[in-house]
Design a binder for this molecule. Sequence first.
Ligand code: URA
Length: 209
Amino acid sequence: MSGATVVNHPLVQHKLTIMRKKETSTQGFRRLLREISLLLCYEVTRDLPVVMHRIETPIQEMDAPILDGKKLVFASVLRAGNGLLEGMLDLVPAARVAHIGLYRDPKTLEPVEYYFKAPEHLNERLVIVVDPMLATANSAIAAVDKLKERGANNLRFLCLLASPEGIEKFNKAHPDVPIFTASIDEKLNEKGYIVPGLGDAGDRMYGTK
Ligand code: URA
């Protein structure tokens, strides 16, 4: 697996455009992120296996599909990952949640871990790692490293925006983990921001600076 799957749905692209605009308010940004995460979640779970289950409708019995296997895990890379997480939990309320606290050292751009908490039996679950911005990919790679150390072996990575540099680096580090994104932007700048991007996703969703 290499490259990334771009979710080209017109609603995703329309919402993303409004999120990119610098005049979009914190409130508007958060609402759009929640909406877009539903659509991205729909795509990243499109091929989940189902199993037939015997049920009884008010009319008669039938075999109907339900999701197969253990509950999914959504792994949020703090803090910006939580913006994607909320909408995804609206769509898959039974999912389990992992939190991975990594911040980016502004000088080295390297990830520093400060928190890790994940559900049990990661080795038997699909783990979808969520972080809005795949920029240098350092945090994403470190998050997946941590999850693999705890047994995860079936992972996907979901973001809003990705840089070509980040995709290449992530693919090299974790060729078994497919990336889903709403857009592959032009490049990274010297500060590690995605260009044209949308700025700092955490600051935009929480109104910080
Ligand atoms: N993180 C962000 O929030 N924005 C970027 O452009 C890069 C990393």
